[in-house]
Design a protein. Sequence first.
Length: 482
Amino acid sequence: MADPFARFEADAHAAVEALARYLRESAEGRGPVLSQPPLRELAAGLEVARWIREGGLSGAPFREFLARYLGATTRLHHPGYFAHQVAVPEPLGAVGSLVDGVTGNAMAIYEMGPAAAAIEFAVLDWMLAKVGFTPAPLPPAPPSPAPHGGGVLTHGGSLANLTALAAARARAAPSAWRDGVGARLAVLAPEAAHYSISRAVGILGLGQGALRAAPCDADGRLVPDRLPAALDALRDEGRAVMAVVASACSTAAGLYDPLREVGALCRERGLWLHVDGAHGASALLSERLRHRLDGIALADSVVWDAHKMLRTPTVCAAVLVRDHRTLDGAFQQDASYLFHEKDEPGFDFLHRTVECTKAALGLRLFLALAAEGEGALARYVERQTALAAEAAALLARTPGFEVAVAPESNIVCFRVAGSDERQLELRRRLLAQGRHYVSSTLFRGRRWLRLALMNPATRLEDVAAMADELRALLGAAEGGAC
Ligand SMILES: *Cc1c(COP(=O)(O)O)cnc(C)c1O
């Protein structure tokens, strides 16, 4: 086909048809939820080297390639997918990724993507309001006398945590940008905090010695009553606390830190509170569940991933701050070809991000939201949370199974009797059957099997079938290696 536009149309149609079939099959539980052939075999089967060399992939060979590609994907829409905290993408949100791919609007500066920037600004305002921060006036707006909230979408929660902590560093040590981190800073975070917090501490030049374990209970939740003593000890050591980090919720077990008490204490002492709500902030949508995040508006910064519980295709994460000026000051740097005085009808996000070229992340989130509506997404979060409670009850009554802790989100940790190695071996065998996909985690010093119930198509029966399969595997392994 000579006409490149007609070729695009034909290939894109073929891809959409194949994907629609894929969605249907996956949702019906057909095809393995995952299979992991050797990489070398896949690269050969996909003829990667050949197509790079020759080019011209289109038409029938493209359809064949896509069929093979889809055959080796992990099926997130399969009801047996309950492994990792990655959204089962809402299909219209995924169409947003396609639109973004075709238009290529790298919208960190307004002139490179006005529609994308307008959508990002507006969805950020929607998120700010959910948190309880003051939404930003839509540009062009006269400079507002009162500080308001602000935000930016980043390529993932890890980058969002780095961005928020860069803003915290700019406040605690304003000279650090120019002179480096001479000051003896500290970040106080629960040990259960996501590893991206520790990475951010490293990247920001604080040194791992600056990351201190906040006092926590046996399940890893922050204990506010013991926080003052921990803060006093840091002060006596000559460390300035750059940020207190709270998880909402934690990654491993999905437990929420008590934000109101921690927030009140941070307010009293003038300390920056960073709430990592990458997974759990979506509970803010639900009147029934938002009490888990009670006090979140006391935070200085919040991270909220849309590609976890908002059905948004990977990746799309929000950094939200109570006072927009703190985020505006996070990266104090100049790139004269991008940053210059402009007569602006819109808004440049560039000064708020690590990224320079940035995808139209807001479009994915917006289309997922617009297809479902916020009410339906609230029901989705409620449903998955209720399913986790039912799954935990079911697993707790299964002979030989133990549940770690009553779930507070859609995450369930459980194990069978025996060593940590036994959990991992059992998981390997379960995954090899291709019907159920679970993850695993360390919690309270032990290895657990872990369900992240992301899929709206997963029912309690699917969890029960997984438990039956595990018991059959245990039975088969009696006296064996497992
Ligand atoms: C998933 C998660 C992150 C990391 O987010 P990515 O988008 O995977 O980079 C950070 N914090 C918490 C609490 C998380 O659950």
